[in-house]
Each structure stands twice: as structure tokens, then as C-alpha cells.
Design a protein around this ligand. Structure first.
Ligand code: SAM
Length: 200
């Protein structure tokens, strides 16, 4: 990914959410985006040109818009009406965002609109985050990558964040994923862990 004097940026038309510009580049803020926060910890996290991305939990499209600056196409799934409205506005400004108004617990409903992807990026604060990720593995190509932003408190408040984190990693490994990097907690994003794994 591109950095300008150590600042993560993406190249695309600005004015999506009032982001700062450095010349032709849009500054990608780690305080607003977990993806950017992860990159600042490990700059080998990449979105190679030509990538096809399935993004679960698109919200109002802030991070989606940066991902779309790098990727060939981003399938962006969101189930709440208000953020979806904003996401549609963002998708109008980018030719490579496919907004999907759908529930990530039911991928069979939007499966006909998808293709095989290189990356599944998931950022949904739900109790069943591992299950949601596993249900999307049929769309991930062999050798493809899952980045799961795990909100530990949303899974089970009776369990400690460490337990939730460990259980989630185990569930993903049992589903055929190989851990590449785990970060807990994720800087700037309280209660979140980042889990990066590849489909073997
Ligand atoms: N990834 C966004 C970003 O960086 O700009 C922020 C995502 S926000 C933390 C989580 C989003 O996931 C919310 O907009 C919420 O409506 C959405 N969400 C939660 N559960 C979902 C589900 N089952 N299906 C689709 N979207 C979901």
C-alpha cells in the first residue's frame, strides 16, 4: 500500500468523508479505520492491484472507499438502512464498489451477486463473528486471505476477551484457515482484535 512520509494513503477522488488530502492522495486514518490501524502495525498487510474483496460490515463506506482505491472490485455488505444509504452515495462516486444490502449471517441470499474473492474483510460487531466468517469461506479462493476484526465484547460478555479471542482463532483454524498474524488489542480500537489468516 502507499505511504507518503510514513502516512498511509490511497489514491482516489477525495471528499468522501472530509478526509485530509496530500496532493492526489487521501489520508487513511488509523483512528477511523481498523484496516489502517492494522497497516500501521504491519505494513506488509497489502491490497495488491487487481484484488477482489468481499467486505462484511461496510457501514457508511469510509474504509470501503479506501479499499476500493486499491482493489479491482469491492463487494460491500451492510444490513442497517442508515449506513447503507451513505454507502450507496459512496458507491456512486466509485465504479468498483458493489453495495449489497444484506445480512452477513445469510450469505446464501446474496451469493448469486458474488464471485470468488482474494480477500474477505469482516468488521461486524456480532456475537457469531467466527461463524459469519466461516460461512463466507466458500467465496474465498484457495490461498486467499481473511482479515477478521473481532469485537471481543460483542461475542460473549460472560467470557474474558482472551477466551473469546482464543476460541475464535481455534474455530477459524478448524475451518481450514492458517494464522498469519494476530493482534490483540488493536491500537486505537478498544475491545478489538485483528486476526489475519489464509485459506490453505
Ligand atoms: N468497517 C466499517 C469502517 O471501517 O468504516 C465500520 C463497521 S461498523 C464497526 C460495523 C457495521 O457492521 C455496522 O454498520 C453494522 O450495521 C454492520 N453489521 C453488523 N452486523 C451485520 C450483519 N449481520 N450483516 C451486515 N452488516 C452488519
Amino acid at each position: 500500500m502507499i505511504s507518503v512520509n510514513g502516512t498511509l494513503v490511497s489514491e482516489g477522488a477525495g471528499g468522501v468523508y472530509g478526509e485530509r488530502m496530500i496532493g492526489k492522495y487521501r489520508v487513511w486514518d488509523p483512528y477511523r479505520s481498523k484496516f489502517a490501524a492494522l497497516w500501521y502495525l504491519d505494513s506488509s498487510i497489502d491490497l495488491p492491484p487487481g484484488s477482489v474483496v468481499l467486505y462484511l460490515g461496510a457501514a457508511n463506506g469510509t474504509t470501503v472507499s479506501h479499499v476500493a482505491d486499491y482493489a479491482e472490485v469491492v463487494y460491500a455488505v451492510e444490513f442497517a438502512p442508515h449506513p447503507m444509504h451513505d454507502l450507496l452515495m459512496v458507491a456512486k462516486m466509485r465504479k468498483n464498489i458493489v453495495p449489497i444490502y444484506g445480512n452477513a449471517t445469510q450469505p446464501q441470499r446474496y451469493a448469486p451477486f458474488l464471485e470468488t474473492v482474494d480477500l474477505v474483510y469482516q468488521d461486524v460487531a456480532q456475537p457469531n463473528q467466527a461463524t459469519i466468517a466461516i460461512r463466507h469461506l466458500p467465496f474465498l479462493r484457495s490461498g486467499g486471505r481473511l482479515i477478521l476484526m473481532l469485537k471481543t465484547r460483542s461475542v460473549d460478555i460472560r467470557k474474558s476477551p482472551e477466551e473469546v479471542f482464543t476460541d475464535t482463532c481455534m474455530a477459524l483454524e478448524e475451518a481450514g484457515l492458517s494464522m498469519v498474524k494476530v493482534v490483540w488489542p488493536l491500537p486505537h480500537h478498544v475491545d478489538h482484535a485483528a486476526i489475519v489468516c489464509d485459506l490453505v
